[in-house]
Write a protein that binds this ligand. Structure first.
Ligand code: CMX
Length: 442
């Protein structure tokens, strides 16, 4: 059975040659132009970043190495073994393999990767958990998460190799070590925070399980339904092409040859913003806001009262969390697959019914409001209600789960950034005076 290191090693020379050939043949072609609106408006739609692992289509949504989420549910190995929905959701390790190598792994290969990750988890530096234990319980879990990951950086193989003078042709070998170690170590950092902030601080493992199952035990959940949810959750949050803030931040920081620990800590800090990953916590807060107000007013939460509450939010100049997207123009397939999961496992859940009613009315309201380019729900609109169903109600923590998953996509790409020798990222900025003068001279 091949290891992921062996598969990647065999792929690198060809990929390097392909990229060189692409540059040589097409290096001077124009991919697009940049308007003043795009320059001022957060570079929406500007094609200026290479990303291997996934691609996002505005209508169709995400493809991981060319595979949609429903494809992945059909072809990737599951906990029970063979691929296929009757055997449950894909394993995170299966998707990790696909993102890194672009190949669909066998169950034996995935099991090998699971065992490797469990082994690597034990190498979390011994000062990290005591440091996390010393943090104030009211510090936001995402802040604790980046502190934990930054602290684990003392174990970086790449940082050490760089100091020891490794040649650039070998960087990616050390980066791969770090990428695997970070992914392996994040569950313990994340679970320690959860157990510290909300419970007794005790983290128990079960390495007879897969990555997600073991993570669930570490968080303190022992429920096969929740294990399956976590497998799906961790798969769908991994990657969303390169331009989103967490992936882009990881790529940018890594381009300075910061090691994968520091680079992904940058990504986590971006994920912690309410317009990005923190939206999953905001959604639950928003729903609770409706529930409280309606309870106070002796009213039901229904299409009519949700509509009123939505207008109140919009009129207060706030966004509706979980709706809208910088690229997508249709319902996010990551939303749809979570809805499928809910319809299958919890069709009568009260909170799910509220989320469904929101879905019925929100696109119409946002369209009438007339601002957002995409009135449909994104991934964060649905994830909380599923977690809540299994008793995971600490929604201030939800973005940490997103962060465990996003590491797999952002760091798979970071491996290829170094294997392909991609340079320092350094776009050109311009002053308002420049724009004015330039445009007036046209
Ligand atoms: N509610 C109210 N207004 C919204 C909105 C929403 N959900 N989504 C967009 N708008 C507004 C924008 O704030 C903007 O208003 P201004 O012109 O006053 O600045 C206008 O509509 C145009 O925005 P857009 O081009 O449609 O959206 P952007 O690409 O600028 O932003 C996003 C995308 C996701 C930040 C935005 O839709 C948003 O704030 N959504 C709510 C937060 C959210 O769910 N984020 C999670 C996204 C997924 C993820 O990364 O995890």
């Amino acid at each position: 059975v091949a290891t992921i290191q062996e598969v990647l090693k065999s792929q690198v020379p060809q990929k390097q040659a392909d990229l060189l050939a692409l540059k040589k043949e097409h290096g001077d072609k124009v991919l697009g132009e940049v308007t003043v609106d795009q320059c001022i408006g957060g570079a929406r739609g500007v094609k200026c970043m290479l990303w291997e692992t996934s691609n996002l289509d505005a209508e169709e949504g995400i493809r991981f190495r060319g595979h949609t989420i429903p494809d992945c549910q059909q072809i990737l190995p599951t906990f029970k073994g063979p691929a296929g929905p009757e055997n449950g959701e894909p394993l995170l390790e299966s998707l990790f393999w696909l993102l890194l190598t672009s190949e669909v792994p066998t169950k034996a290969e995935v099991d090998g990767l699971t065992a490797d990750l469990h082994k690597r988890a034990a190498s979390l530096p011994s000062h990290v958990v005591p440091l996390l234990n010393s943090l104030p319980k009211d510090m936001h879990p995402m802040t604790q998460f980046t502190i934990g990951l930054n602290a684990a950086q003392t174990g970086s193989a790449f940082a050490k190799a760089y100091q020891d003078g490794a040649p650039k042709t070998e960087y990616h070998e050390y980066v791969l070590e770090d990428v695997l170690n970070v992914v392996a170590q994040l569950p313990e950092i994340a679970a320690t925070i959860y157990r510290n902030v909300y419970f007794d601080g005790v983290v128990s493992k079960d390495t007879s399980l897969d990555y997600s199952g073991n993570f669930c035990r570490m968080l303190g959940y022992d429920d096969k339904g929740f294990d399956e949810l976590m497998r799906l959750y961790l798969c769908i949050h991994t990657d969303h092409e390169g331009g989103n803030a967490s992936a882009h931040a990881t790529h940018l920081v890594g381009s300075t040859l910061s090691d994968p620990y520091l680079a992904y800590a940058g990504g986590l800090n971006a994920l912690a913003g309410p317009l990005h990953g923190l939206a999953n916590q905001e959604v639950l807060g928003w729903i609770q806001g409706i529930q409280k107000q309606m309870a106070d007013e002796g009213k039901e939460v229904n299409a009519e009262t949700i509509t009123q509450f939505t207008w109140d939010t919009l009129n207060a100049k706030k966004v509706i969390p979980g709706y809208g997207h910088a690229v997508l123009r249709k319902t996010d397939p990551r939303y749809s697959c979570q809805r499928e999961f809910a319809l299958k496992h919890m069709p009568d859940d009260e909170l799910f019914k509220i989320v469904s009613t929101i879905y019925e009315v929100m696109p119409g309201i946002l369209t009438e409001h007339g601002k957002t380019k995409n009135p449909y729900p994104n991934v964060d609109s649905h994830s909380g209600v599923l977690l809540w169903h299994y008793g995971f109600t600490q929604f201030q923590y939800y973005t940490v789960l997103f962060g465990v998953s996003r590491a797999v996509g952002a760091l798979s790409q970071l491996y290829w950034d170094r294997a392909l020798g991609l340079p320092l990222e350094r776009p050109k900025s311009v002053t308002p005076e420049f724009i004015k003068k330039f445009c007036e001279s046209q």
